[in-house]
Design a protein around this ligand. Sequence first.
Ligand SMILES: NC(=O)c1ccc[n+]([C@@H]2O[C@H](COP(=O)([O-])OP(=O)(O)OC[C@H]3O[C@@H](n4cnc5c(N)ncnc54)[C@H](OP(=O)(O)O)[C@@H]3O)[C@@H](O)[C@H]2O)c1
Length: 260
Amino acid sequence: MTSTTPSRPLAGKVALVTGASRGIGAAIARRLAGDGARVLVHYATSRGRAETLVAEIAAQGGNAIPVRCDLADPHGIAAMFEGIDHLLAERTGSNGLDILVNNAAVPGLGLLETLQADDVDRIVDANIKGTFYITQAGAARMRDGGRIVTITSLSATRANPAHLLYTATKGALNSLTLALAQHLGPRGITVNTIMPGLVETDMSAPLAGNEGQLDALRALTALGRLGQPEDIADAVALLVSPDGRWITGQWIAASGGLRL
Ligand SMILES: NC(=O)c1ccc[n+]([C@@H]2O[C@H](COP(=O)([O-])OP(=O)(O)OC[C@H]3O[C@@H](n4cnc5c(N)ncnc54)[C@H](OP(=O)(O)O)[C@@H]3O)[C@@H](O)[C@H]2O)c1
């Protein structure tokens, strides 16, 4: 029998982390595996990076499996979950999931006047529809007492005209979270969002080198620095741990106090 210890609070749990090939998702997968979970490392195009992370987790005594789909492809999502059912049944005797972290998303710069239909479809299909279909399939497989955490963005609660559609998709996911927390509560499943501020990853790379803007963002942050992927991973680890059992239906900023 698997026993839970303070150093491995997720022993015996199965977690799916989307967008885990790099950035924040990779840090979350690493952290949950370190806490003892068997982690499904989802990727879309970065197969090599996902496989390297899986090997790194295995080398440290953890359990991880790469899985793939494009968030914008509902058939691909369904096929990924069929694959997950087989993989988990082989390894654990059940297709049950305990933790779903909806982290994958596409960025989207674009003003009201400039966004074209293709961009609108790309951003909405991946961030809203894709996250919805993954949550629908994940919740259907989730054991009672499970955890769903969606990574949204602090910008969903602020005016951000340069990224208006991207932030609107994150607002939609915050809203979805409230309804799901209510709906899944009777099964003991908690549903929350983590809203990062600026985190140094590929997504924020366009700002790299713009020291003036980065300094301004540091100055707007109570803790005086930019976020690192591990800052977000540790916040997710708290929510999915046994200690997070009473937190549900919340949008939690993990931003170092950006724009308080
Ligand atoms: N970085 C920030 O400052 C910041 C701030 C607020 C919120 N966030 C949120 O934090 C989350 C992670 O961001 P990040 O900065 O770590 O991003 P990132 O470094 O750009 O990584 C994005 C991840 O999402 C996956 N992905 C992208 N498009 C996809 C698609 N169409 N289908 C499936 N997977 C897809 C990528 O997979 P592949 O590489 O395999 O294609 C990758 O693993 C996102 O939800 C983002 O909106 C980030």
